[in-house]
Design a protein around this ligand. Structure first.
Ligand code: GLU
Length: 503
C-alpha cells in the first residue's frame, strides 16, 4: 500500500511571511490536494530569540487569504498535534537520548569562547574550522572524556550541547524530486548541534522528529535547505525511520541582476514582497491584488505546466500541478507580470463585487458625491465601463471620478487645442438640443446629436472633443454618450454651461 500523502509547511514565526514562503506553502498545498492528501501547518518556533509576536497569526491569515487553508495545524487538531514546536519541547530530549545511546550523537562541552578561538586559529592558518571527524577527538566532548567524567560534568551543571556524529569516508546518496540523484562525501559535513544548552532542540532535530511523528510523506521546501538534506537523511537512518521524499524548490530571483528576491528589491522597484501588510511594508492584498492573481503568478514561479497556458485557477492548478515539472533553476520575479495577472482577474470579477469595494472607496472621498451616485446599481454601471482599463480597484477613481463629480478644472493643453473661438456658441446650441431630449439614453442622445451635427453641417471634431473635455476635465474616458447617460441630462447640461462661463 502506498503511503498517504502528508505534506507540511513549516515556517518559523520570525516575521512576516515572504512571498517566497507563500510559494512554498502553495506548492505543498497543490501537491497535497492533487494526491488527496493532507496539508499541515507546523510552527517552528524553537528559536525563542527570533520569535516575533503576531507572526503566526500573520502566516495563518496569509494562507487563508490565498484560500489555501491547512487541514491540520494550530487550532485544527488532526491527531498529530501540538503543531507548535514550543508546545512539543519536552519531547525532543528523548530523541536526542536515543541517538546518544546508539552512538550516533555525543555530548560536547566546548564553550563558545573556546570554539571562537579555534575558528580564529584556523583562519590565521588560512583554514576553516569544522567540528567533525577532522578534529572532534581534539575537542571537549564525550567521545574523548570518560563516561564518568562526562556524567560528572553533566551533574555539575556544565553547559553542553548534543552533536550529531557524522560518518567518516562515506558516500551519501540523496534523491530529490526536483534535482534527481546527488552524491555527497560525508567528510564535508560538520557535526551539527542537535540539542542546545538552553534545553531546546535545534531546527534539524525538531524538524526530523516532527516530520516522522507527523507522518510526513513528502518534504517540499525552499532550496536554501538543500545543504541540510544529507544531515536529515542521516538522522532518519540513525533513528531507523523511513526517509520521506524530498523536493527543494528553486529560489525566486530579483527582477534584475543576480541574487534572490529581497524586501529591498520591492522597496526599490515599488512592489510588495509580503502577502499582507506588515508594519510599514504594504502587502499584496492591500495593494489591490486579488488572491487568485497572486496564487496564479506564484504557481508559475518555478513550475511550468509544459504548455503555453498561463491562466490557472486554484482548482485547475490542483489538477495540473506536477512536482516533476518544478524547475531546477531560479525563477525570475517579474512585477509587470503580476499586474498583468491582476488585470486579468479584475475582468473575471463581477461588476457587483467590484462596485461594492469601489463604493467603500467613494464613501471615503472628500469630494462631495451625491447620494444617488453612491448606490450600488449606479456604481456597477460605472465599473462596467472602466474596469477593462484598470489593474487595481484603486485605479477606479482616477478612471471614473467624473461619473461622480463634475470636473473642477480642465486639462490646459487640451483646452488650447479644443476650445476655439466658435466653441462656446456651438456648445450653447448643443445645450438647447439636449434640453429637448427627454429619453436621455446613450443611444437616443447619440442619434439626436449626430442628426443635429449633420443638419448644421458641423465637423464632428468641433463638437465631440470639446464636449468630452468639459464633461470629463480631460480627453479621456469611455464612450461619450454613455457618460452623458449616466451623469444624466441635468448634470450634462450644467457641465456645459459651467464651461461656457469659465473658459
Ligand atoms: N522552519 C524552516 C523554515 O523556516 C522550515 C524548513 C523546512 O521546511 O524543513 O523555513
Amino acid at each position: 500500500m502506498t503511503k498517504r500523502v502528508r505534506v507540511r509547511f513549516a515556517p518559523s514565526p520570525t516575521g512576516p511571511l515572504h512571498i517566497g514562503g507563500v510559494r512554498t506553502a502553495l506548492f505543498n498545498y497543490l501537491f497535497a490536494k492533487k494526491h488527496n492528501g493532507d496539508f499541515i501547518l507546523r510552527i517552528e518556533d524553537t528559536d525563542q530569540k527570533r520569535f516575533v509576536k503576531g507572526a503566526e497569526e500573520y502566516i495563518i491569515d496569509s494562507l487563508n487569504w490565498c484560500k489555501m487553508p491547512y487541514d491540520e495545524g494550530p487550532g485544527k487538531d488532526g491527531g498529530h498535534g501540538p503543531y507548535r514546536q514550543s508546545e512539543r519541547k519536552e519531547l525532543y530530549r528523548k530523541y536526542a537520548d536515543i541517538l546518544l545511546e546508539k552512538g550516533a550523537a555525543y555530548y560536547a562541552f566546548d564553550t563558545s569562547e573556546e570554539l571562537d578561538a579555534h575558528r580564529k586559529d584556523h583562519e590565521a592558518k588560512g583554514k576553516t574550522f569544522i567540528y567533525n571527524h577532522h578534529n572532534r577527538l581534539k575537542l571537549t566532548n564525550s567521545l574523548v572524556l570518560s563516561e564518568e567524567e562526562t556524567n560528572k560534568r553533566i551533574t555539575a551543571g556544565d553547559e553542553f550541547v548534543i552533536r550529531f556524529k557524522s560518518p567518516t569516508d562515506t558516500k551519501i546518496h540523496l534523491n530529490d524530486l526536483v534535482r534527481g540523484k546527488m552524491e555527497i562525501d560525508s567528510n564535508v559535513l560538520d557535526d551539527k548541534v542537535l540539542f542546545k544548552s538552553d534545553g531546546m532542540p535545534t531546527y534539524h532535530l525538531a524538524n526530523i522528529v516532527d516530520d516522522h511523528l507527523m507522518d510526513i510523506s513528502h518534504v517540499i521546501r525552499g532550496e536554501e535547505w538543500l545543504p541540510s538534506l544529507a544531515l536529515h537523511q542521516l538522522l532518519y537512518e540513525a533513528f531507523g525511520w523511513d526517509v520521506p521524499q524530498f523536493a527543494h524548490l528553486p529560489l525566486i530571483m530579483k527582477p534584475v541582476g543576480k541574487g534572490k528576491l529581497s524586501k529591498r528589491d520591492g522597496e526599490k522597484l515599488g512592489f510588495p514582497v509580503f502577502p499582507l501588510t506588515w508594519n510599514e511594508s504594504i502587502g499584496y492584498k492591500e495593494s489591490g491584488y486579488f488572491p487568485e492573481a497572486v496564487v496564479n503568478f506564484l504557481a508559475l514561479l518555478g513550475w511550468n505546466p509544459g504548455t503555453e497556458q498561463e491562466i490557472f485557477s486554484l482548482e485547475e492548478l490542483v489538477t495540473t500541478f506536477d512536482i516533476s515539472r518544478v524547475n531546477k533553476s531560479g525563477a525570475r520575479f517579474d512585477p509587470d507580470k503580476t499586474k498583468w495577472y491582476n488585470h486579468h482577474y479584475m475582468q473575471q470579477h463581477s461588476n457587483k463585487e467590484l462596485a461594492k469595494d469601489f463604493t467603500t472607496i467613494l464613501q471615503n472621498k472628500e469630494a462631495h458625491i451625491s447620494e444617488e451616485r453612491l448606490v450600488l446599481p449606479y456604481v456597477e454601471e460605472v465599473v462596467a465601463l472602466i474596469k477593462e482599463r484598470a489593474t487595481f480597484i484603486q485605479d477606479f477613481w482616477e478612471l471614473a471620478n467624473f461619473f461622480f463629480v463634475a470636473p473642477d478644472s480642465y486639462n490646459e493643453k487640451a483646452v488650447k487645442k479644443q476650445w476655439k473661438e466658435d466653441t462656446p456658441s456651438i456648445m450653447k446650441q448643443l445645450v438647447s438640443l439636449l434640453e429637448t431630449i427627454s429619453d436621455f439614453t446613450a443611444q437616443n442622445v447619440e442619434t439626436k446629436v449626430k442628426e443635429w451635427i449633420g443638419e448644421q453641417g458641423l465637423a464632428f471634431g468641433k463638437v465631440m472633443p470639446p464636449l468630452r473635455l468639459i464633461t470629463v476635465g480631460d480627453m479621456k474616458g469611455p464612450d461619450m454618450f454613455k457618460i452623458l447617460e449616466l451623469i444624466g441630462k441635468e448634470d450634462s447640461i450644467e457641465r456645459i454651461k459651467k464651461a461656457i462661463a469659465v473658459l
